[in-house]
Design a protein around this ligand. Sequence first.
Ligand SMILES: [Zn+2]
Length: 349
Amino acid sequence: MDVETARGLPKVLLHDHLDGGLRPATILELADEVGYDGLPTTDLEALEAWFFQGRSGSLERYLEAFAHTVAVMQTPEALHRVAYEAGIDLHADGVVYAEVRFGPSLHTAGGLRREEVIEAVLAGFEDARRETGIELFTIVTALRHDTDSAAVVAAAAPFVDAGVVAFDLAGPEAGHPVDDHLPACLLARELGLGVTLHAGEGDGPRSIWQALAHGGAARIGHGVRIVEDTDFDGREIRRLGSLARRVRDHRVPLEVCLSSNLHTGVASTPEAHPLGALHRAGFVVTLNTDNRLMSGVTLSEEVTLAVETFGLDEADLGAFMVAALEAGFGPWPVRRRLRDEVVGPAYAS
Ligand SMILES: [Zn+2]
């Protein structure tokens, strides 16, 4: 399968960071508008290359890249534009349903309140939806190493039935357990938000266990280190430990981000990544981009890489996309329509 073919297929995206998906040209224009002079270069091509070098695997460079994108996303106008363009870009890539996440607290340096940040992003998504028909929903993210997770959830409360569908924890996993954020997870569930937590990327099975057992996560961001609770010989999963069995048997969807995992060193080569083995062992796998700018990927490219690497066919891909729709946190009528009328038929034909 080539990228063009993949682009023509309707796709579903559950794990994509707003501040990791800006257009390089937009970064330059916004930096100019807000007077941000911290960019490593003001040459468009050089800037693009600089961001793509995030794949060199340097964590410092990776974090610096987010510092730049976040720096230019501090006004309602900038947030609206970035959100709108994310929707337009995802639509152009053949994405029909997406849940895009961002951390409201990161965008308050210019004086905005978290609620105003959320409002601006939702308005941008709404404009993209009106223009293209893409179904866009929002996940609010708090950072594990910060202490304001409950305030992040509280800020999302007015938007629970207006586009915000879930709560997420991101940031460094090791040393910053879900247990530090239980009030936020509880409040999210009380408000009726879905819970999906980054776990099993920077830390092992215990982190996944905590996300499920204590955080009440219905989905796991990444989650691929669940293979550490299995006998995985690098090709197939032979025997499952009790946690891995639970993740499989309770049908906990894993938001797998193949390219991102390669760039951050979770897997050394595509072939060494457990995606294919997890799928064959019966886990609920979905395909995701994580950070389109820093990883230099689109969902179509992720799909193509997964197909090439793991020998998937259209039925496998269709299963991933249907699983993603069924695992979504947006309104069921929307997801059911897409499943029955758009995604299902496209992969069956
Ligand atoms: Zn992520």
